[in-house]
Design a protein around this ligand. Structure first.
Ligand code: PGA
Length: 252
């Protein structure tokens, strides 16, 4: 059976504290790539490191941004436009991360950002996920709403430039990831929501998992969780562990 490509994204968040450390981390991760056959890897450093790291992307190793403003240009102090990113070899942009939603980003803004990102040829990594799991199953409704609002009116032919990262907020930055069995169930649900809304075009959207991924759980989460890859926070800052996860996933 032909194996399809997996995707592993490292979300460095506001780390590491110095450019030297960022360069070393990227260099150390790059070393694993010659051994990798079926997996694409995306490094998402803070904005200020994108330019110095723009020589890093090569083959299946890509550079991503953690955010972008949907406006093309203009008087938006402190913001960076999506149109400014591709010149630094940025091909992916994370959008809708729960940490940004907490800062006030709503679905309407996330939808605008996704449109901007895909319209200039980059891939939008749309993060979704509930904060709690109620016994009545309301979180299913919540997840469906998040997907439909974020992807509202996006041209179907651009859906292949979207990746969905399911990141239950209760599992992010915590001691424990969700179980592969629960992930399997929710990924089936997400695929159904996408199929009901976009028909055959939905098959272009890969689904990833994020939240407390580490070397002990990455393998089973991908293997039994029915996902195409992982979005990793803390463990993407430790080259040895991140590389081990990449190798494990590549061997699935
Ligand atoms: P974590 O973060 O892997 O440190 O839990 C994941 C994320 O926030 O994307």
């Amino acid at each position: 059976m032909k194996k399809t490509k997996k995707l592993i994204i490292g979300n460095w968040k506001m780390n590491p504290p110095s450019l030297e450390e960022a360069k070393k981390l990227a260099r150390d991760i790059k070393k694993v790539m010659p051994k990798i056959k079926r997996t694409s890897v995306v490094l998402c450093p803070p904005y200020v490191y994108l330019h110095p790291l723009s020589s890093v992307p090569k083959g299946a190793l890509y550079l991503g941004a953690q955010n972008a403003n949907h406006e093309e240009k203009g008087s938006f102090t402190g913001e960076v436009s999506f149109t400014e990113l591709p010149q630094f070899k940025v091909r992916f942009v994370i959008v809708g991360h729960s940490e940004r939603r907490k800062m006030g980003e709503d679905s309407e803004l996330i939808n605008k950002k996704i449109r901007s990102i895909v319209s200039c040829g980059m891939t939008a990594v749309l993060c979704i996920g509930e904060s709690v799991r109620d016994s009545g199953g309301d979180y299913y409704h919540f997840i469906k709403q998040q997907i439909l609002e974020a992807l509202y009116d996006i041209p179907k032919k651009l859906l292949g430039n979207i990746v969905i990262a399911y990141e239950p907020i209760w599992a992010i930055g915590g001691p424990k990831a969700m179980s592969p069995m629960d992930l399997h169930e929710i990924s089936i649900f997400i695929k159904k929501v996408l199929r009901d809304s976009f028909g055959d075009f939905s098959s272009g959207i890969s689904i990833l998992y994020g939240g407390s991924v580490d070397t002990t759980n990455a393998d089973l989460l991908v293997k039994e969780g029915n996902v195409a890859g992982l979005l990793i926070g803390r463990q993407s800052l430790v080259a040895k562990d991140f590389n081990e996860i990449i190798k494990m996933v590549d061997n699935i």
